[in-house]
Design a protein. Structure first.
Length: 380
């Protein structure tokens, strides 16, 4: 079975059917009479084994355990007191985008886990429409520039801003000052949705290797030392494979661990290095920036109806990809470069860097092609 065949049967609640083997017992003729203790022929039966998977991680789950909407929260990453953020490692997906001033912000998607506190929370940008619309559910943010009101209004998700005091609250216990002292409660955001929305799980955004399969990078990719990514000039970062964790870990340009705070209470929170099972690099074409006057120019990503190149990193290896995105409500489609083979990620959380082609960089360091196994010689 090819990967394309495999991906066609892959969804968040996939059912794998195994037909039971039916043995037809021979019937003796003439002198070959049936023995008294011989089992009687049985009717054809089918044994059906069902497997269910988390739509945003590909991890196998119990049936019905994630029958609820996703909650997406907009989180800043500027060097103005936003770091370290709270509970980044509990997100299923994190999209990293550039905003005005060449700083970055995160679109963090929570579904498999809904911590009580995430943040800090900042304002929305037009790129969020392309990223959040395929996921739907709730989109939590602090507010938005009036220039973006009509764009954000087209988002295929329920928007929740600071006017909802149950979902978003100022909290000084994390040691942050305004504007970085606003935090969100994803569980409260889920409760703020209509009954129908609450019980609608998100569609799968990527394809994942199933049990007994390897990720495409693991099977076909090259080894590497690290991936260096610059989405915004304020926050160049590098990723390296941790065999102990089975994840990619993130460091600053100075080589220090890039960390997130964990737990739901500031008094018990500890620092934990940011880590991801998969890394996806989307090298994006850019349009003319939005002019926000005194606030500067805000980048205009061109993602919907577009395609481009990038990388996928899984299981300690890297593979070149081509990405495409049909429209605002469609997810990214990732295929191995030069093929039509859909890329399979390894089950787990995924970090997606939206790298501007104009001023962003993504560099694979220490890449070494995986050697092909030598064929046995005639003497062997």
């Amino acid at each position: 079975m090819t990967h394309n065949d495999s991906s066609q049967r892959r969804s968040w609640a996939r059912v794998i059917t195994a037909a039971a083997m039916v043995a037809t017992l021979g019937v003796g003729l003439g002198a070959c009479s049936r023995q008294q203790d011989e089992p009687q022929p049985s009717e054809t039966a089918q044994a059906e084994e069902q497997h269910y998977y988390a739509p945003l991680t590909g991890v196998e789950i119990e049936q019905g355990s994630l029958d609820h909407a996703a909650v997406t929260v907009k989180i800043p990453n500027a060097a103005d007191g936003a770091r370290p953020q709270v509970n980044l490692n509990k997100a299923d997906l994190i999209y990293e985008e550039q905003v005005e001033g060449n700083i970055t912000r995160y679109v963090t998607v929570y579904h498999s886990q809904l911590p009580k506190v995430v943040g800090p929370v900042r304002s929305a940008r037009p790129t969020d429409v392309s990223v959040v619309s395929p996921i739907s559910g709730a989109f939590v943010y602090s507010g938005l520039n009036s220039e973006f009101a009509s764009i954000i209004g087209s988002m295929n998700a329920t928007q929740i801003d600071e006017n909802n005091g149950t979902v978003l609250q100022r909290d000084s216990s994390w040691g942050k000052k305004a504007p970085n002292n606003l935090f969100a409660d994803p569980s409260a955001a889920l409760s703020a949705l209509s009954a129908d929305q609450q019980t609608t799980a998100p569609a799968a955004q990527y394809s994942y290797a199933e049990q007994g399969e390897q990720s495409t990078a693991a099977e076909q990719g090259d080894s590497l030392t690290s991936l260096s990514v610059t989405v915004g000039s304020d926050a160049p970062r590098s990723w390296a494979w941790s065999a102990d964790l089975g994840k990619w870990v993130r460091s600053t340009a100075a080589g220090q661990a890039d960390v997130t705070l964990t737990e739901d209470d500031a008094s018990s929170a500890v620092s934990e290095q940011i880590a991801a099972t998969n890394l996806v690099v989307i090298q994006s074409p850019m349009g003319d920036a939005y002019n926000l006057g005194s606030k500067g120019l805000s980048p205009r990503y061109l993602l919907d109806g577009q395609s481009g190149s990038g990388y996928v990193l899984s299981d300690g290896k890297v593979i070149d990809i081509t990405w495409s995105k049909a429209d605002a409500t469609s997810p990214f489609v990732l295929v191995a470069a030069g093929t039509t083979q859909q890329v399979l990620l390894s089950p787990g959380n995924t970090w997606i860097s939206l790298v501007p082609q104009t001023n962003g960089t993504a560099t694979v360091d220490g890449r070494v092609a995986t050697p092909t196994e030598a064929l046995p010689s005639a003497a062997q």
